[in-house]
Design a protein around this ligand. Structure first.
Ligand code: BG6
Length: 292
C-alpha cells in the first residue's frame, strides 16, 4: 500500500491490516477491509467513534463500530435473505488508491471498490465506488458511486457511523425535529419527530428528507458532535438497548449505553436510482466541540 509520511500500515494485533494516521490535527485508523474508518481522535478530544471491544476483525465479517459502509442495500436484502445485511460494501476488501498528506497538515486516503463476479451475483450492476477520507480536526468521509452499466441502478447507501457517547440516557440529538421517520420497531409506521430526540429505550428509525446537520449533545462527556452532510436525504438513528445488545455476538452486553448510531444515508423512500454513467456523492463531515 502507498502511504503518506504521517501514516503507517500495521497488521499485528488483528487479522486485518489497517492504516494508522497521525498528523498534527488527529489520529485515525482505517481498514481497507470494508473501506472502514474505525477510529478518529481529533487533538484535544477523546475517541469520537465507538468501536466494540467484541468486534470481529475477519474477512467476510463487518467490523462492529466506526463507520461501516452500507451499499448497495440497507438492512436485510428485500428479496434474498441469504445475502448479507446492509449490502456487500462493508465486508469486501477495498483497494488503497491513494494516501497523502495535505498542505494544511490533514491526511487524505482514497479507497476504491469495483464490481466483480461476486458483486454482480448479488447486485446485477457494473459500478465503481470511491471512498475519500480526510482526517483532520474534522473528519470528512465521502462515498462516490458510479453506475458503469447500461441500465438504471437502484440502490441504497449509508455511512453507518457509531459515535462514542457518555451515556445514551443523558444524550440528545437535535436537527431532526419536524422530519417524518419510519419507526422500524413499530411495523414501519411513519411518525413525525417532535423536537429533539431523547433516548429511553431501543431506537431504530429512518428519518426521511433530513438534510440538516444533526448534533449529538453529550453532557456526560461534555462535548457536542456535529454531523453535517452532503448528498444524503436520510438519517438513521439506532441504539439496540439491552435485550438486542445481548443477542449480538460481536457487541458487548454492557456496551449499549456508550454508543449511538447517527447514519448519513439514502435509504428507504430516499433510495436512489443511478442513471447509466451517473455518480452519486454522499458525505458526512464530523466535528467535535467541548461543552454540551
Ligand atoms: C441499523 C439498522 O442501521 O443497523 C438496524 O437500522 C440494525 O435495524 C443495525 O439492527 C445493525 O445492523 P447490523 O447488520 O450491523 O447488525
Amino acid at each position: 500500500m502507498d502511504a503518506p509520511a504521517a501514516s503507517t500500515i500495521t497488521s499485528s494485533s488483528h487479522a486485518l491490516p489497517y492504516l494508522s494516521i497521525a498528523n498534527p490535527h488527529a489520529t485515525a485508523r482505517i481498514y481497507p477491509h470494508g473501506g472502514h474508518v474505525a477510529q478518529w481522535r481529533p487533538a484535544g478530544h477523546g475517541e469520537v467513534l465507538w468501536l466494540s471491544a467484541r468486534s470481529l476483525y475477519q474477512p467476510g465479517k463487518p467490523i462492529r463500530g466506526g463507520i461501516p459502509l452500507c451499499f448497495p442495500w440497507f438492512g436485510p436484502h428485500p428479496q434474498r435473505s441469504e445475502l448479507p445485511a446492509h449490502g456487500f460494501a462493508r465486508i469486501r476488501p477495498w483497494t488503497v488508491a491513494q494516501a497523502s498528506d495535505l498542505p494544511d497538515g490533514r491526511s487524505r486516503v482514497r479507497l476504491s471498490l469495483a464490481a466483480d463476479s461476486e458483486t454482480l451475483a448479488a447486485w446485477p450492476h457494473d459500478f465503481s465506488a470511491e471512498l475519500t477520507i480526510s482526517v483532520g480536526a474534522t473528519l470528512e468521509v465521502e462515498l462516490a458511486v458510479t453506475n458503469r452499466g447500461q441500465l438504471p441502478a437502484p440502490c441504497e447507501m449509508a455511512l453507518h457511523t457509531y459515535f462514542s457517547i457518555g451515556d445514551i440516557r443523558h444524550t440528545t440529538v437535535e436537527g431532526l425535529g419536524g422530519c417524518t421517520f419510519i419507526d422500524k420497531l413499530d411495523h414501519g409506521t411513519r411518525k413525525v419527530q417532535d423536537g429533539n430526540i431523547a433516548f429511553t429505550g431501543e431506537i431504530d428509525r429512518v428519518y426521511l428528507g433530513s438534510e440538516a446537520t444533526a448534533v449529538i449533545r453529550d453532557p456526560v462527556l461534555g462535548r457536542r458532535i456535529s454531523i453535517a452532510k452532503r448528498g444524503s436525504r436520510s438519517t438513521v438513528v439506532w441504539n439496540p438497548w439491552i435485550a438486542k445488545a445481548v443477542k449480538m455476538a460481536d457487541f458487548g452486553d454492557h456496551e449499549w449505553p456508550g454508543m449511538l448510531c447517527v447514519e448519513t444515508a439514502n435509504a428507504a423512500d430516499d433510495r436512489l436510482s443511478l442513471a447509466p454513467g451517473a455518480t452519486q456523492r454522499m458525505a458526512a463531515v464530523i466535528s467535535v466541540s467541548s461543552g454540551a
